[in-house]
Design a protein around this ligand. Sequence first.
Ligand code: PMP
Length: 435
Amino acid sequence: PQASVADPATELTRRGAVMAAAQEKYYERPPQIERGWRDLLIDTRGRSYVDMVNNVAVIGHSHPRFTRAVSDQLALLNTNSRFLYSALADLCERIVEKSPDPSLDTVLLVNSGSEAVDLALRLARIHTGRGNVVALREGYHGWTMASDAVSTSAFDNPYAAASRPGWVHIADVPNAYRGTHRGAGAAAEYAADLARLLDDPSGPGVDLAAFISEPVLGNAGGIVPPAGYLSRVYEHIRARGGLCIADEVQVGYGRLGSHFWGSAQQGVVPDIITVAKAMGNGYPLGAVLTRRDIAESLAREGNFFSSAGGSPVSCVAGLAVLDVIRDEALQQNADAVGRHLAGRLAELAARHPMIGKVHGMGLYQGVELVRDRDTREPATSETAAICERMLELGVIVQPASERQNVLKIKPPLCLSRESADFFVDRLDEVLQGGW
Ligand code: PMP
């Protein structure tokens, strides 16, 4: 297919005329992207960029097997899930096969991560008959009313604090690099702080419905919580009758390499898992994976129905993604290329004092840039300038975290070793002062 080619300045003006300012864009002068192929994005001039940010296109851009499966199904049937068709049960069975624990055996299909989080919160509140939810600082969980209410990132939503509903309670972010607790006891200290918050007389412990977090903190910059943190927190929550929700929208689905789920990497079994993004490789698809007794409690509020959630096309899209992840060993690739990348970034950190810390694992990593390794002053403006320069050199990479001083690395899981090296070599050049 031929894409329409317009001058990028004209595109920016057209975009501004019809879209709200709050609808973000990458870069001051974004490239006009015409097509994608595997881990590359290609602009209207034919220039290719290594794509280090698209965690949605998990099997790679324009995957022929995915494209064919979705187009064939579109030509056959696309209706809603109130009929019987095998793709619906096939996809749910395949998700349950991937379940981190036999107790998580029931799937609800929706169209996005925000919807999955919204539904997870609703399930927890109906099932427990309680109201309070604890979320971690610096988190992002979506844009719907409920998922936004538990999105605590001051960067993503600076005005949310003023309007946050009373049922949302915020616990400290367990960041052992620059957070409140940094030493060997950090996991126990952060968990003890959270227990104190729960038991505060005006705290959430009494009417507690749920705790929600990403198991590895993607939005905060790819931060892996200190070992043992999440298991302690889940114990505290369950001891007070709450449910534990793991938002796996970013870090689940094989991205961490060693584990399919972030919660498994942390050694915990959630009561509810939310997934989206990777699940449809860009086709709108999300899911909640939970225990049957929790899913059944939804019936107390009537039926659950989403018009396009679980449609034949979304199910076929979801199945094609899981087939490709399995047949092309993409989780294993995330592990191997992720380790290679981590090794090369560690070597870069030994030469460039600006790299304060490399967070994450597999193909979710974060390169935290600082002005001073002792004070850890965030190199925010430098990070933005480095991203702009990396674009000129053929790499798409973006800032993350509250301080926007972390280069977020969350490419398609088919990222090749050559592309990883291309990224590190360009970063090496740029850190030598080339921005
Ligand atoms: N949870 C997490 C952890 C996310 O990163 C996002 C999206 N960035 C969402 C939920 C919301 O997903 P969506 O944009 O598909 O609604």
